[in-house]
Design a protein around this ligand. Structure first.
Ligand code: IPD
Ligand code: CA
Length: 284
């Protein structure tokens, strides 16, 4: 059988963009409607809109690329897992915020290339094109590998995304997540204490993907989280790196794509080494 040629990066990005914007419209339309909120794990929620938004995104992608695979946040056994491109999707990143009408959430859609070991098992994903859409602010963050990162605002104006030039902690704005388990919360507090003396100020916005693209846009200088899954970061990490930032694990190596609880450290690059040093010096 003839192989279907791989789509170009702009083709992938267009589909990511269209599907993320449609899902964002849905999230906006449902903003004042009562939410159906269910627990799907320890301090882990899902709403009816998460599920509906994911369906919408997946349907749009399958219409364009019927041979592609999926790694979505909300479990769906009917979806193909394998394919030349794997779409990693978080239909609503920041579900706790969304469930309480707090506007810090975003839709994350990334087209990735699976990377295999000798036994043909997937070991990682390489993001090729990705979009993070913040529907409440009408901000669309996007990137293609090797092509830089952009922000399209609500009036359709395009801005090149560039990380901040802050090169010391005294001027840095740090964003973090406390995590959900007792141990992770203790660790986060220890880290917070370690940065406390030097850092300009601290925020926590409850959406990993939005935090990453806000580092990409120079709104934050540092973000870290100990409890990350592939769909929280697949688009955001690419956008950050294409904006000149750095994205790694605590050791400064690549992100653990297959881990259900990976660490991520994201910075503007200039203060990455300092950040890693402090985090590693204050591990529980
Ligand atoms: C969560 C959010 C949160 C982060 C968690 C994520 P969800 O994603 O991004 O900010 O701290 O680690 O799992 O569940 O809202 O999609
Ligand atoms: Ca989610």
């Amino acid at each position: 059988m003839d192989q279907i040629p791989l789509p170009s990066l702009p083709q992938l990005l267009n589909v990511a963009r269209d599907t993320a914007v449609s899902a964002g419209q849905l999230a906006r339309e449902k903003w004042y409607a009562p939410r159906d909120v269910q627990s799907k794990g320890f301090r882990d929620l899902v709403t009816d809109v998460d599920v509906a938004a994911q369906k919408m995104i997946v349907t749009g992608i399958l219409q364009a690329f019927p041979d592609h695979g999926f790694l979505p946040e909300e479990e769906d056994d009917s979806l193909p897992q394998a394919g030349p491109i794997i779409w990693i999707i978080d239909p609503i990143d920041g579900t706790t915020n969304y469930s309480r009408q707090q506007p810090n959430f975003a839709i994350s859609v990334a087209a990735t290339r699976p990377i295999f070991d000798a036994q043909q098992n997937i070991t990682a994903y390489e993001p090729l094109a990705g979009v993070v859409y913040d529907p409440m602010r009408h901000e669309l963050f996007s990137a293609m590998k090797g092509e830089g990162a952009r922000l399209e605002d609500g009036s359709g104006h395009r801005h090149t995304l560039k990380v901040s030039t802050v090169d010391n902690l005294q001027n840095a704005v740090l964003c973090l997540s406390l995590g959900s388990s007792e141990l992770r919360r203790q660790q986060a507090q220890k880290w917070l204490h370690a940065f406390n003396e030097d850092i300009f100020t601290v925020r926590s916005i409850g959406s990993a993907t939005l935090s990453l693209v806000w580092v990409a846009a120079g709104r934050f200088d540092i973000y870290f989280n100990q409890n990350i899954k592939a769909w929280d970061v697949a688009a955001g990490a690419l956008i950050l790196q294409e904006a000149g930032g750095e994205f790694s694990n605590l050791a400064g190596d690549g992100f653990a794509w297959l881990s259900p609880q990976a660490e991520c450290v994201a910075t503007n690059g200039r203060i990455h080494t300092t950040t890693l040093q402090i985090l590693n010096d204050h591990k529980i």
